[in-house]
Each structure stands twice: as C-alpha cells, then as structure tokens.
Ligand binder design. Structure first.
Ligand code: AHR
Length: 494
C-alpha cells in the first residue's frame, strides 16, 4: 500500500514543449464549418468569418499549435480549390466524412487568419495519398516564398502580399489507412521523395513530420526510422481511447457503465506503453532524440450522439473525458524528452472537443477546462516526480489511482497536476516537496458527483473548475485529499 508522492523541486528533466498542448481541426462534421467558420455574412458575431465566441474561448487555453486540414481529409484535399474569391471556389464532396458538400470557403488564407487571431503556430498536413509532389511543393511555395514566383504572385493576387511563416508541415496522414493504404516500405520511399520538394524559402525553416504508426504498429516505426530518419524532424503516432470495439460499438459518450469507466481509464493509460515502445525503436536510430515523436491525433472516440450524422463524429464530453485529458497530458509531460508535440482530436464539435456549438450558442467542455488548468505546464521545466500510490481493482481492470506531473514555470513557481482516477474513492496521500522552500500553495479542481456529468446548452456550467482546498501543509509535506474523479492543479510559490 503506497500513499506518497515525491516532487523533486531541484531535479529538472528537460522542457515540456508547449506544443504538447496542441490541437487538431479537420474538415469533418461541424468542426470547421459552423464550429469555427460561419462566414462574414453570418448573424453569428465573427471576425472576417471566424466566430468570435469560439475564438475568445480558444484564446484562453493558449493553443500553441493547430493542425489542419486533416486527418483523412488532408489526403483528399487539393489546396488550390480553397484559394481565391469564395464564389469561384470549387464545390467538392467530402467523401470521407459524411459525403457532404465542401464549398472550400475555409482554405489556406482563412486558416492562416485563424492562427494569427489565436496566436498559434500553423501545422499543415499535405496530401500524399491523392496529391502530387508538384501540388505539395507549390503549396509550400505559395505560403512561404517571398519574391518573384508563380505561386507568390498568385498569393499576392489573392490578397496576401507577405508570405506566412510556416514551421510545421506533415507529409501525409495515416498513410497506412485512409491516406493511401500503403505498406511502410512504400510510404517511406514516398516520404523521401515528397519531402525533398518541401523547400525552405528564405528564413522559413520547415519542421518536416512523417506520417507515423497507428497504435502498436511497431514495424511501421521501425521501417520509417530505418529508411528515412535523417530526412525527418518528427514522426507521428495516433492513438484514440476507445472503450468498446472500434467497428462493432465504441460505447456511448454519456450513457456508460462502471466497467466502461474503468476500461476507459486503463486504455487512456496505455499511451504510456505505446510511447515507451515506439520511443525505444526511435532511440535505436536516433539516440540523441533529434526526431520528435508527434502524437498528432489522440483523445476519446465514442459512438456519435444519437440522431447525429454518423460521419460527423459529434460526441458529448463528460468528467470521464476530463480524466482522459489529464492522464494523457501528464504522460506526454513525462515523455517530454521524445514527445515534442501532441494534438487532441478535435478542437470543436468533433470527438474530444474543447467547445460544442449549437447555432449561435457555445459551451465549454470538461476537457476544455483541463487544457485551461494545465496551460501552466507549457514550456515549463519538468520536475522529477516519484508516485507510490494504491492501485484500483475495478472488475477485471486494474490501474494506479493517481496520475501526476510537476513542472517549474519561468516565473519560478511550481505547478503540479493530479488526477484521481477512482470514481468512488478519495485519494489521500502525502506529497513530499523535496528541495522546495514552500511559501504558498493554492489549487484549482475540476470534479463532479456523477461519472457522466457534463455541460449542456441548458446547463453550461455544470462542470467547471473551482478552488481546491483539500490540502494541509506540514512543513514541506502536503497532506492531500483528492475527491473521486477529480483533476487538480496546485500552484506552489517558494
Ligand atoms: O480524427 C478523426 C480521424 O481519425 C482522422 O481524420 C484520421 O486521421 C483518424 O483516423
């Protein structure tokens, strides 16, 4: 029986890249259209077509990097259809997501505007599956070349004189599946070829991200690292927490059993094993850890809300999602030597969203609040932490009751994020603050009384952060009591 957490205030273990707190927005369901883009003529208040309420909410969580336009959509997207006057843009079918009409009104210029308004780095995913090398190369030229060239000229004609700064570029998405059903050997060769023409123009230096493995496809990572590691800066990994069976029934987002709570926790924790194992393969080829692991799709994936388009992936979000977010972010922090970016799927109205919209209404989800509370870890120094707490046995499932992460911010304060994964029992333990001259402690908590507690358009503030008072300081030890199913962030000043 363990009941101790030790924070080693004087043992730092590298920087937690702020991009671990990144996001992903795809042309899928109501994420881009309705969720972000409403158009300038909409009665919904907007800035050049981008809705103001969503902008304001997202600004609060400090999104460091935003991945776009997909996902599976990326390998069907032809960027030239999405520039120029809106009325002239090609209307196409979004074959992968619901077969709806894509009017291409949200394209490169609109995405760059969104990033500018959010003060976030754009991360663009190019089309390998159904695109050409020339098309990808010209997109990079269009966005980043300043000077005389056909693409730069076209960009200027379309209203953008200065090139944009673009750092992150993905060479395809899920090329083992919707991005072309390729074998790793074939994709590795295509990656080598396509990335050659992703040029650095002027001062713009692109961080090239190769399409990585699905879940535990270690062979994919092995082949990509073996064949192309020197030509990449990052290699992606995708993992979704699905309590049920992906094809036969994932489980409801809101109407779930105690067993489903437990399996969700256990599956969320599994990403630790995946990062460790993929990371070990990467270490063999890249012991200096130059190539970042880019977890550019993660989060919960449940059955869609009853009555909604199955191709839109719209799901509600409960305190269970908040726990998955808290656990996953703690794990990414812990692996900050290799994990350089992570992008939760997806920002608005799709999968584990930050915000949900209904016409002119918008609500914040429990996951949103976790990102807002955890933003203190962005670019902070990771502190060594030892966790020795009880494990929970719930039916057939067993997992540690507490997940935690600690970091030291630039202002010298220490932030500790803690999750109690048990939906019934309080987690009581001592927290030993070694090498820390404790002066003041304060905390915030996100919790609920029911495992499926959520915010709705009728009750938008059902789940929201409050002050955390469940601690008592005895010299350099905090006696902590975390309520069941809670996410807490403590702030300590020395
Ligand atoms: O996020 C939804 C989809 O999940 C993405 O489009 C795809 O890359 C993944 O399979």
């Amino acid at each position: 029986m363990g009941n101790k957490v030790i924070i080693n205030g004087d043992v730092t273990q590298g920087i937690i890249n702020k991009n671990i707190y990144g996001h992903f927005a795809e042309h899928l369901g109501r994420c881009i259209y309705e969720g972000i883009w409403v158009g300038e003529d909409s009665p919904i208040p907007n800035t050049k077509g981008i809705r103001n309420d969503v902008l304001k909410a997202l600004k609060e969580v400090n999104i460091p990097v935003l991945r776009w336009p997909g996902g599976c959509f990326a390998d069907e997207y032809h960027w030239k259809d999405g520039v120029g006057p809106h009325e002239d843009r090609k209307r196409m079918v979004n074959t992968h997501w619901g077969g709806v009409v894509e009017n291409n009104h949200f394209g490169t210029h609109e995405f760059m505007l969104l990033c500018e308004l959010l003060e976030t780095e754009p991360y663009i995913c190019g089309n390998v599956g159904s695109g050409t090398v020339q098309e990808m190369s010209e997109w990079v030229e269009y966005m980043t070349f300043n000077g005389e060239s056909p693409m730069a000229k076209w960009r200027e004609e379309n209203g953008q004189e200065e090139s944009w700064a673009l750092k992150y570029f993905g060479v395809g998405n899920e090329n083992w599946g919707c991005g072309g059903n390729m074998r790793p050997e074939y994709y590795a060769d295509l990656y080598r070829r396509f990335q050659t023409y992703v040029r650095n123009y002027g001062d713009n230096k692109i961080y090239k991200i190769a399409g990585g493995a699905n879940v535990d496809d270690y062979n994919w990572t092995e082949v990509l690292m073996r064949e192309a590691a020197p030509l990449m800066d990052g290699l992606s990994l995708h993992y979704y927490t699905v309590p049920g069976d992906f094809w036969l029934g994932k489980g409801s987002a809101t109407n779930f059993t105690e067993d489903e709570w437990a399996i969700t926790m256990q599956k969320a924790l599994h990403i630790d094993t995946l990062i460790t194992k993929h990371g070990t393969i990467m270490d063999n080829y890249d012991p200096e850890k130059r190539v970042g692991m880019i977890v550019d799709e993660w989060g919960t994936w449940f059955d869609v809300e009853p009555g909604t388009n199955p191709g839109f992936l719209y799901q509600q979000n409960t305190i269970r999602d908040a726990l998955v977010a808290g656990i996953s972010l703690n794990i990414f922090n812990d692996h900050c030597d290799r994990v350089q970016m992570a992008n939760i799927a997806q920002t608005v109205n799709v999968l584990q969203a930050m915000v949900l919209t209904d016409n002119d209404k918008m609500i914040l989800t429990p996951t949103y609040h976790v990102f807002e509370m955890y933003k203190v870890h962005q670019d902070a120094e990771k502190l060594a932490i030892d966790i020795d707490v009880d494990s929970i046995q719930s039916g057939d499932y067993s997992f540690p009751q507490v997940s935690a992460s600690a970091s030291k911010a630039k202002d010298g304060s220490i932030n500790i994020s803690l999750c109690n994964l048990d939906k019934d029992k309080e987690a009581a333990f001592d927290m030993d603050l070694r090498g820390i001259n404790l002066k003041e402690v304060s905390g915030r908590i996100l919790s609920a009384n029911e495992m499926n507690a959520r915010n709705t358009f009728e009750e938008p503030e059902n789940v929201k952060p409050g002050e955390f008072t469940g601690f008592e300081a005895k010299r350099n030890v905090l006696d902590i009591k975390l309520p069941p199913m809670s996410v807490v962030v403590l702030n300590i000043t020395e």
